[in-house]
Write a protein that binds this ligand. Sequence first.
Ligand SMILES: C[S@@+](CC[C@H](N)C(=O)[O-])C[C@H]1O[C@@H](n2cnc3c(N)ncnc32)[C@H](O)[C@@H]1O
Length: 360
Amino acid sequence: MDPSSSLVWISHSHCGGQGFKSLRIHIDNLDIRFQRIDIGEKLGLKKTTHKNLTEAKTSKKDEFYTQLSDIEKELLHYKEYFKGKVVFLNCDDPEESNFWKYFDLNFKFLGLKKLIATHFENEKSSYKLEKENGDTVKTRLKQNGDFRSPECIEILKEVDIVVTNPPFSLFREYITQLMEYNKKFIIIGSSNAFTYKEIFKLFRANKIWLGYSIHSGDREFRVPSDYPLTASSSRKENGIKYVRIKSVRWFTNLDYKQRHEDYTLIKKYNPEEYPKYDNYDAINVDVTQDIPSDYKGMMGVPITFLDKYNPEQFEIIGMASSAGYSEDVVGIPFIGEKDARPLINGKNTYARLIIRHKNL
Ligand SMILES: C[S@@+](CC[C@H](N)C(=O)[O-])C[C@H]1O[C@@H](n2cnc3c(N)ncnc32)[C@H](O)[C@@H]1O
């Protein structure tokens, strides 16, 4: 519109996702300007930016409470490790958490020396609960119970075994800290973590492995009452909300005998069924149960191979999962100058672990 021929015209400046910052109105020869003032900002209130929303969404996503039955099914396999030990639940509201309930109820049965749980608060100081000699004591913390806070790290240094369901969004950082302080642990998390380079390397070095009780399917977690439920994966019972989460696993560095049992293989190698990658000297195996029992070389297998992994039967050499080639992660030389993902006839396959038989 031509401003000179109109009675009224309006122009915005700095228009964008956040709305206008200034507004200019022309009425004939009058030119009036308005400057946008953010009242919230003037009053020192926090603005609802995209970042805040993402943070809120992320923290809501972190609020998944593990069911007692899932905790029982897993911890049953480690009873011998707990006798005389100090157990730390460092991402647990003891008033909500079934981890606290489990160890509290089984304190004598497991022969625990001490149980400690720290509660996390976003922006204020929090508290810890300690149980020893039958007494439970609540003490204020100086900090907010963040597992990374100096106060919680001091507790971590003194304990023997850490058990919890840490925030999914901080999983990488969480496990790195446990390794740094050389702690034994049993924690639950998403199988997406398999492909984080730092975590994959721990699997490859046999410093961590999957727990006993979950190797497929999904699990149900309780969520806060204000959690938005989506139809298929959630339910409400007696006012309590539950959400089914796909691909969760227990991660641990406590050994149990079943992970040393051989995985039964029935297939034999033939070049038609197991083509080689264009860019790696390795054959492709689409399904873990089809790993040929007689192939001596490198094999690319799905990441879920970890569910069947016996370190005496197989050796994990590397992982080919991202476009950027890193010899350190992939573990075998790359052929050519193309995409570093495993390619067959120029086409990408899914992420693959590179493994080989140990005893052929
Ligand atoms: C996935 S929930 C699991 C809760 C509990 N462990 C359970 O399974 O019932 C993760 C918990 O970690 C807490 N949390 C979030 N960030 C944290 C942090 N930086 N340090 C310690 N705890 C944190 C959350 O408040 C939440 O209760």
